[in-house]
Design a protein around this ligand. Structure first.
Ligand code: URA
Length: 260
């Protein structure tokens, strides 16, 4: 355990393998970082048997942490990109016994969970991690990570309607933020269209509701990109680990407002 007082270079070097106590608690999935800070201030956290009530404490891999008397299991943070197939729940368990996204990671000894969600019937790119801070950072609406969806819709939207989607459209939970919309193809005979839509928000069923608002039902939906990440080389159900560089880039992107 180490009490971090200033930003001297030596201290930074000494503490490179040390992490802030609240971060370790958040990584373990016990609480958000802010909640972890509250737990510390409330005297509910012990390090090596000693109650810690200061927020500057850093801990290393050997330190034993307890929250409310329960030992915190430390896990190496891991980051995955999954090509979620349709017909899978974006959760770690389902009361109805349906397939969930973590079923694809059988044998993994880490408690990962999805960062945000895709609908049961939506396929595409989904990130999973056991790093609570990272998940919170990417999901925070303020950081506006861009997501690109391909939607097949019933009906052919007019240019005006597509403009409306771009400018923002009123949904029951408020106006949507500006989006970018591109018609990729249309089938006049079948009265269907394939449209690319780029949004920065992540409201529940947002893309489906946006198209419903202009009178077009989404028949199929796929998330093709998340920031600079895509699904290249993956089939539905496949996953890969993110490289440390990709994780760093995502963090930097979120902190810079998601628009680099
Ligand atoms: N928008 C939706 O409507 N559904 C998704 O799964 C993702 C975005």
């Amino acid at each position: 355990m180490y009490l971090f007082h200033g930003k001297s270079k030596m201290i930074e070097e000494v503490t490179t393998t040390m992490e802030r106590l609240q971060k370790v608690i958040a990584h373990a999935g016990i609480a958000s970082r802010r909640k972890a800070e509250e737990l510390i201030l409330q005297g509910k956290v012990k390090v090596n048997g000693q109650v810690v009530t200061e927020l500057g404490v850093k801990v290393g891999p050997q330190d034993k942490i307890e929250v409310d008397g329960i030992p915190v299991e430390r896990e190496e943070p891991v980051y995955y990109l999954l090509y979620k197939p349709r017909g899978v729940i974006s959760s770690v368990k389902d009361e109805k016994g349906r397939k969930v996204v973590t079923d694809f990671f059988e044998g993994l000894d880490k408690r990962i969970y999805p960062i945000g969600r895709l609908d049961y019937d939506t396929s595409g790119l989904l990130l999973l991690t056991n790093d609570g801070d990272f998940a919170n950072l990417l999901m925070h609406p303020r950081y506006e990570i861009e997501k690109v969806y391909i939607a097949k819709v019933r009906g052919i939207p007019t240019r005006e309607q597509l403009k409306q989607l771009e400018k923002g459209i009123m949904l029951e939970d408020g106006m949507t933020a500006p989006a970018k919309v591109k018609m990729l193809s249309l089938d006049k005979r079948k009265q269907t269209a394939i449209i690319e839509i780029r949004i920065h928000e992540g409201r529940n069923r947002q893309v489906r509701r946006m198209f419903e608002a202009i009178g077009c039902r989404v028949m199929k939906l796929k998330r093709e990109r998340y920031a600079f990440l895509d699904l290249k080389g993956l089939n539905p159900g496949d996953y890969r680990e993110l490289s440390p560089h990709e994780v760093k880039q995502l963090r930097a992107l979120a902190l810079s407002g998601g628009r680099r």
